[in-house]
Design a protein around this ligand. Structure first.
Ligand SMILES: *Cc1c(COP(=O)(O)O)cnc(C)c1O
Length: 421
């Protein structure tokens, strides 16, 4: 396996270049099942590595605090126009540094410190920035939380409505980081309207599925759409906020000057490239293949006796409760990592174990689908997980090493975008 040519880097800093090369090999040889990760294209990588890096551009196109923006303004306008086209929104801000700062900007735009905000509880699948205690959003605001039902693993909208009408939050977040099912944006919107709250659809995980028509769009329902650009959307690490024109000013002002300084123009450029890629017919196929792969993988795991939260998946993500397998999530995740199957340990709803040592693992199909793996490969993937979890529980390092060799062999036949073949 060769590495990408980074001649200047290798000459100037061989130590760092070696680490980049090692990471290229690791990403090439392993089966990456982290639900929030992906492989960006070479075009996205190249855009993110340009001299746009050298520019300061505080402000917005046509309204900057620095001169010399002849090209940068066009780059940002292109990214904004493509985001508006792709998602069908009136307004897009492509400057947030990442998903968490994007969400913080929403608080700054619509709430005052101490106000009540509502989101899905973190251990039920929500995100830290939806008002969870250890996040600034949970210490500067009063977070109230909904969850999923124990029997179905699904959001209980009667519970959400009751809580919203009792607590009257300023902002309601829907979406999360470990939600394997379709998000009912219309149901959340109706509750937000009744409660007089701003509805934020945080689609960080599913933005690519929405763009590709493989998940319903929040656009007719949500006041604000927050998303990262680096998960299923397959762009650089970054984020966007989208809305109708009515909220444009408040959001823009919150991002800059409210929270941030100069935008990361090289990232804006790479977002523009990713949005262009996501507008192609091939990306629609990709988004649908991600979901088809997740469904096939869920089926194969159920056949092998795995307990899946909510019984399966509608999207790219599967949350597994390993309690019946009698292997804790962390031991399973670390063992699978040694087997070249990269996952993360995760709490499951009503987890009896601690968040740092929970009962579950979370997996997803965005990255393996980017390599061209299809439903025909999912039984093999389920087998590796099954054997890997058992070997991890038994401390059988030989079995884990055998899986690693099998994984590397399949991965060699499906080179990853952006990496050497
Ligand atoms: C990933 C994620 C974020 C945060 O993104 P970062 O870029 O890691 O800050 C926010 N919300 C949800 C639902 C996410 O999944």
């Amino acid at each position: 396996m060769s590495t990408l040519p980074h001649p200047a880097l290798a000459a100037a800093d061989p130590e760092l270049a070696a680490l980049v090369g090692a990471e290229e090999r690791l990403q090439a040889e392993t089966l990456r099942l982290i639900a929030s990760e992906n492989y960006v294209s070479r075009a996205v990588l190249e855009a993110a590595g340009t001299v746009l890096q050298n520019k300061y551009s505080e402000g917005y196109p046509g309204r900057r605090y620095y001169e010399g923006q002849q090209n940068i303004d066009q780059v940002e306008r292109l990214a904004v126009a493509r985001a508006k086209d792709l998602f069908g929104v009136e307004h897009a801000n492509v400057q947030p540094y990442s998903g968490s700062p994007a969400n913080l900007a929403v608080y700054l735009a619509f709430a005052e410190p101490g106000d009540t905000v509502m989101g899905m509880s973190l251990p039920m699948g929500g995100h830290l920035t939806h008002g969870w205690g250890v996040s600034a959003t949970g210490t500067w605001f009063r977070g109230v939380r909904y969850g999923v039902r124990r029997d179905t693993g699904l959001v209980d909208f009667d519970e959400v409505r009751e809580l919203a009408l009792k607590e009257r939050p300023k902002i309601i977040f829907c979406g999360g980081t470990a939600v394997p099912r379709t998000i009912d944006f219309a149901a959340f919107a109706e509750i937000a309207r009744e409660a007089g709250a701003i509805l934020v659809a945080d689609v960080a995980h599913i933005a690519g599925l929405i763009a590709g028509g493989a998940h319903p769009s929040p656009v007719p329902h949500a006041d604000v759409i927050s998303t990262t650009t680096h998960k299923t959307l397959r762009g650089p690490r970054g984020a966007m906020l989208m809305s109708r024109e009515t909220h444009a000013k408040a959001l823009d002002k919150a991002v800059f000057p409210g929270l941030q300084g100069g935008p990361h123009n090289q990232t804006t450029a790479a977002i523009a490239v990713a949005l262009h890629e996501a507008a192609q017919p091939s990306f629609r196929s990709y988004a649908h293949a991600v979901v088809a792969n997740a469904r096939a993988l869920a089926e194969a795991l159920l056949e092998r006796g795995f307990d899946l939260v909510s019984g399966g998946t509608d999207n790219h993500l599967i949350l597994m409760d390993l309690t019946p397998k009698e292997v804790p999530g962390k031991i399973a995740a670390k063992g699978l990592d040694r087997a070249g199957v990269v996952v993360n340990y995760n709490t499951v709803p009503y987890d009896a174990r601690k968040p740092f040592d929970p009962s579950g693992i979370r997996i997803g199909t965005p990255a393996l689908t980017s390599r061209g793996l299809g439903v025909e490969h999912m039984p093999a993937v389920a087998d590796w997980i099954d054997r890997g979890v058992r070997a991890a529980g038994a401390g059988d390092e030989d079995a884990l090493a055998a899986i690693r060799r099998e994984v590397a062999e399949l991965m060699a036949a499906y080179p990853a975008p952006g990496l050497p073949g």
